[in-house]
Structures are given as C-alpha cells and as structure tokens.
Design a protein around this ligand. Structure first.
Ligand SMILES: Cc1ncc(COP(=O)(O)O)c(C=O)c1O
Length: 357
C-alpha cells in the first residue's frame, strides 16, 4: 500500500523551479506554481501530526495560487476543500477550482478593519467552527510554509553555487523568508530583497486598496520574517504590469505580475552589482492573467496606464512615506518594530532578532 507521503509526492515533479539564466550573473527560479511546495509540505505535516485525517475537510482563505495548489492536492488525495475567496478571484481560476472539486465561497463586503482579507478570515472561522475536525493550513501564519523552502535553497545552491543576492515578491512571506533563511546557513552575507506594493502593510505602508493578487497584504502575516530582509522595494500596479511585459518581451518568460515586479528589481540590482550572482523568484506563469495583465483593453482601464517604467527607484527615508512610484528602503535585517521606531535615522546597524522562524 502506498504511504500518504508517496501519494502526496505525485505532484512533486511540478514543485521545483526551472533555473533560467537572464544574464551571466542573473538567474530566475521560474515556478510552474510555487505554492505546490508549501501546500504539500503543510498537508503532510498535518497528516503526521493527526490534524488532518484521511478524507478530512480542509478550509482555507485564498484568491490565488495557494488555493489552486490545495485544490490540485485535495482532489488527488480525497480531501474535501472549502476555499473562501473574494471578487479578486478571476473567473478562470474560479472555474478551475470548481473543476478540481473545490467548494468556493465568495465574500464581497470588506471588514471595517483589515478589508476583504479580514472579511475572508471571519467567514473562514465560521466554517472552522461549524465543521468540527476541519483543518486550516493557514499559509500566512503556519511556519511550515517557510520551512518548506529548504528544498528550493538546496536546488539553487546545486545549480548556481554561491548566491549573493535573492530577490522575490512577498505575500505570505513564506518563500522569501524561508529561502533566505536556508541560503544563509551557507552564505551568511546573502543580500535579500523583498518586493511589495504601496498600500500593503507588510513593510510599514499605511493600509490601502490592493490590486495585485499575491503581492503585499492588508494584514501582517507571521511568516514575514522582517529580519531576513536587507532591502525592500515597492512597485505600483502600473509599474508591475510594465515590468511583466518587459520580462515576456526581453526573455520570452510568460509569467504572472508578481514575477514581473521581482524581475524589475532584480535586473536593476544586478546591473548595479555586476560581479554578484543574483537569483530572482518567479512564482507563477502568465496563463491566469491573459485577460488582465496581458490584455491591452483591460490595461487601458487602469489609472496611469501606460506610463514609462522608471529606470531606478526613489530611495525613501521611511517605509511609511507616501509612494507614487517605484521606491526603495534599506531595511538592514531589522524587525518591523525597529524600523518603525528608527526609520530614517540611518543609525541602526541592523541584525535585529528573527521573529522565530
Ligand atoms: C502569484 C504569487 N506570487 C507571489 C506570492 C508571494 O509568495 P509568498 O506567499 O511566499 O510570500 C504569492 C502568494 O500567494 C502568489 O500567489
């Protein structure tokens, strides 16, 4: 009889990134669907710990790739999956989730504090309360999300050797916090750059409306380990879409917008540090965005489209400053509290406490 682990690993071939060189020193780690890795890891751990039983019910809040990864795994392994989502769930993904047998609940009224993300969590808690024994993977706060990225770090080391800089988009924080943590066991000087968007509270911006699924958030996840980051960048949606097109046109890589955002930052940093080896994380492919990010009619409805992508970011003195264009802040591995207390004074040498990853 096959063990649970053998069964779960059927999709493992899809999990790892392809390493695609973008220049002599810049490499992309391009995922088919990055979230397959943490999703499988979390489910396996839950089975081991008796929190998820055979044929059990999984409940999660997602309007993006984590929900899709869970749906792919759930249908293969006989779990029932309830996903709480919102209007940002695009119709193609919605259809795909239904095809995979997931039950999708749509929330459309934002909570007074925390917006739609909080409203989804409120609905999720209702399900968890009403369905005894149901399991909540909780990608934002479950440390197994970040822990699953040891395997990615191993592959990067295997393929690239010494990695000097890692760049990636930040949503739950799992991929960047986890991969940086593991890479630093070999390369303590690794320079880690997180990419976020204005209006996301993850690195200290005041909460605002977010239009980019997977990038930033209105609630701070425990999986964002601020003390892993040397530098943070914020790109506006229009800049993100421009960068996503650039990635496609310059390298033939048809990826989602969070990849485009990370590409722009990685390309800039690599250009300014030509002797350093840089790896940039590209979390998903472009198919989901054919009717949005890759559609000129849809883009024409976006305020500010089209406008030229700036050649370099504006360096800000504090992450809470208003940002209307690509911005950058020197985070220096501090905790969020340290940065908010001392942002702009330029005196803190960094090395803050980890949040306990
Ligand atoms: C498309 C996409 N890119 C990037 C991210 C951010 O990755 P992480 O949650 O590991 O920070 C997500 C997270 O949901 C995502 O769906």
């Amino acid at each position: 009889m096959m063990s649970v682990h053998t069964l779960m690993r059927r999709l493992e071939e899809f999990e790892g990134p392809r390493l695609v060189p973008l220049s002599a020193t810049l490499f992309s780690a391009s995922f088919f669907l990055m979230k397959l890795l943490p999703a499988r890891f979390m489910l396996e751990r839950a089975v081991e710990q008796g929190r998820l039983r055979p044929g059990g019910i999984i409940c999660e809040s997602s309007s993006g790739t984590f929900g899709l990864a869970l749906a792919m795994l759930a249908v293969q392994h006989g779990y029932r999956l309830i996903l709480v989502s919102d209007w940002a769930l695009d119709r193609h993904l919605h259809r795909r989730l239904i095809e995979l047998g997931a039950e999708v609940a749509i929330v459309d009224t934002p909570a007074p504090a925390g917006g739609l993300q909080q409203a989804r969590l409120d609905r999720l808690h209702e399900y968890l309360r009403d369905i005894p024994g149901s399991y909540w993977p909780s990608q934002y706060d479950n440390r197994d999300n970040a822990r699953s990225y040891g395997k990615v770090a191993e592959k990067l080391i295997d393929r690239v050797g010494k990695v000097d800089c890692l760049v990636g988009p930040v949503g739950s924080g799992g991929s960047m916090s986890g991969t940086s943590h593991y890479l630093r066991t070999l390369f303590p000087d690794l320079h880690a750059i997180g990419v976020d968007t204005p209006g996301s509270v993850l690195f200290g911006q005041p909460s605002g409306r977010l239009n980019l699924s997977g990038l930033g958030g209105n609630i701070l996840p425990a999986n964002v380990d601020h003390s892993q980051f040397d530098e943070v960048h914020w790109l506006t949606p229009v800049e993100v879409f421009q960068a996503t097109h650039q990635l496609h046109r310059q390298h033939g890589l048809f990826m989602g917008p969070t990849s485009g955002a990370a590409y722009r930052v990685a390309e800039w940093w690599s250009h300014n540090n030509p002797d350093k080896k840089v790896v940039v994380l590209f979390p998903d492919e472009g198919h989901r965005y054919v009717e949005t990010v890759y559609d000129q009619q849809w883009l024409a409805t976006i305020a500010g489209w089209p406008s030229p992508l700036p050649a370099c970011p504006i360096t800000v003195g504090a992450p809470s400053e208003p940002m209307s264009a690509w911005s950058r802040f020197s985070w220096r591995r501090r905790t969020l509290q340290q940065v908010l207390e001392r942002a702009g004074d330029g005196l803190n040498p960094g090395g803050g406490q980890s949040n306990g990853f």
